[in-house]
Design a binder for this molecule. Structure first.
Ligand code: UD1
Length: 422
């Protein structure tokens, strides 16, 4: 799957107004962690609403490398079979391709008592350390050695402990959850991340027989159990894919219904887009949005959930680059996540970087140019911006977009965007 899109490009021409309905798929960042959690107990799992994207294929390969089997059933569900014995190792080739691979660390230590996981490197967000994952797991009794680019972890039986995170890290909270469920006694995670994907993981674990309370709040309590079982689960909708289409309609104009999206997972984004003049209403099974002729400038800043997601920022910057007026955008979660700004500037956006702030002077229209996708959301943001760029925009390295979005081009085309893969 990844090979076939290794050097892909996307061509985007001015589009809009958009109109129609977009089905929003399952959340990538939840599905990947649920797949990792399948390490915890032997048996056959059925995961519904798992997007068919390159990162899911990579996580599938990782599970297969450990001796598990993963297949997409005819009804679209993902079936994961975890045999009695697995090899607790995540090789470099897979971890390097996708940092979410480090999510197997906690479940391996809990279920197998050992783990060899390649040390994740830096990426286009800058460095993304996992020190909090390791120190949290150490509090539960795991020991680690870092040799030859691998993290080697051991734990005879994890024991519950109180862990206070310095920062509400999504990945660290998830690893602690997946470790705590099989530890002896009670684990408490203070200053836990509150993202909807954490609550989804906890729901999955509870269905497996775990005793997790408080997921979605800053304090999570986990009473360890001796055994878990394989189950079926439906992944929550992807709030970043939903935001991508909201940004698309804000840039191109028009009216869209996002089928399956959950407004309650997008509250701050909806509020900020409201200030930009986009009318958004929740519906029974989705979100309806109507854009003004031109968005208005407003200030945005990322924070851990329920704050504005760091994955939403590149999309909002694309909108603000064509807004009426000057906006300030601040990235508080990942330092160094501004590499896409230079690409937007190539399209005529007037954006100045000042530390972790951006000052964006909106222009009426952008101008199509060759640009490069530096990561998933950056790539999506460039496609969105190109909807209001005169001439043709060619997005290079578009395989990054395929890592995160199922059927992105088809979904955009279905609502009237002029996007194609040459
Ligand atoms: C996850 C999501 C990512 C999203 C992010 C924040 C996946 C695959 N990725 O990433 O899309 O943008 O949450 O919502 O689910 N940090 C440390 N030490 C650690 C862990 C994190 O310093 O041990 C720092 C990071 O460098 C960053 C911040 O904490 O500055 C947040 O990271 P974290 O919430 O852990 O994000 P990820 O789990 O990597």
């Amino acid at each position: 799957m990844c090979e076939s899109v290794a050097v892909s490009q996307l061509v985007v021409r001015p589009s809009g107004p958009l109109s129609g309905e977009v089905p929003v798929g399952g959340a990538k960042n939840s599905a990947l962690k649920l797949m990792a959690a399948c390490v915890l107990a032997e048996g056959r799992y059925v995961l519904r609403n798992v997007p068919d994207i390159a990162d899911v294929a990579t996580m599938g390969q990782l599970l297969e490398a450990m001796g598990m089997s993963v297949r997409r059933r005819e009804d679209g569900a993902l079936e994961v079979v975890r045999p009695a014995v697995i090899t607790p190792e995540a090789p470099y080739e897979l971890v390097e391709r996708m940092r979410a691979s480090s999510a197997v660390l906690g479940p391996l230590l809990a279920a197998v008592g050992q783990a060899r996981v390649a040390i994740p490197g830096g990426d286009d967000f800058g460095s993304r350390p996992i020190d909090m994952h390791l120190s949290g797991l150490e509090s539960l009794g795991a020991t680690f050695e870092l040799t030859h680019g691998m993290i080697e972890g051991r734990a005879d039986r994890l024991r519950g402990a109180e862990v206070v995170l310095d920062y509400p890290s999504v990945g660290a909270t998830e690893n602690l959850l997946m470790a705590g469920v099989l530890a002896s006694g009670r684990t408490t995670v203070q200053n836990a991340a509150r993202e909807p994907e954490i609550a989804d993981l906890a729901a999955f674990l509870n269905r497996m027989g775990a005793r997790v309370l408080g997921a979605g709040s800053p304090t999570i309590t986990i009473d360890g159990v001796a055994e878990l079982r394989a189950v079926e689960h439906t992944v929550i909708p992807d709030r970043i894919e939903a935001a991508t289409f909201l940004a698309a309609v804000a840039v191109a104009g028009g009216e869209l219904t996002l089928r399956g999206a959950r407004a309650d997972h997008l509250e701050i984004l909806i509020e900020r887009m409201g200030r930009m003049g986009v009318r958004i209403s929740p519906e029974a099974d989705g979100i309806w949005a109507m854009a003004p002729a031109r968005p208005r400038a407003t200030d945005v800043a990322t924070l851990p959930y329920p704050g504005l997601a760091t994955d939403h920022l590149p999309l909002l910057v694309a909108v603000l680059s064509v807004a009426d007026g000057t906006s300030y955008a601040t990235e508080n979660v990942f330092a160094g996540r501004f590499r896409y700004v230079g690409e937007l500037a190539r399209m005529g956006a007037r954006v100045r970087v000042d530390g972790h702030h951006l000052v964006i002077d909106g222009v009426e229209r952008l101008s199509g140019a060759p640009v490069r996708a530096v990561d998933i959301r950056a790539g999506a943001a460039l496609v969105v911006a190109a909807l209001r760029a005169d001439g043709e925009t060619v997005v290079h390295d578009a395989e990054h977009v395929d890592r995160g979005y199922e059927g992105f081009i088809d979904k955009l085309r279905a609502v009237g965007a002029d996007v194609e893969r040459p």
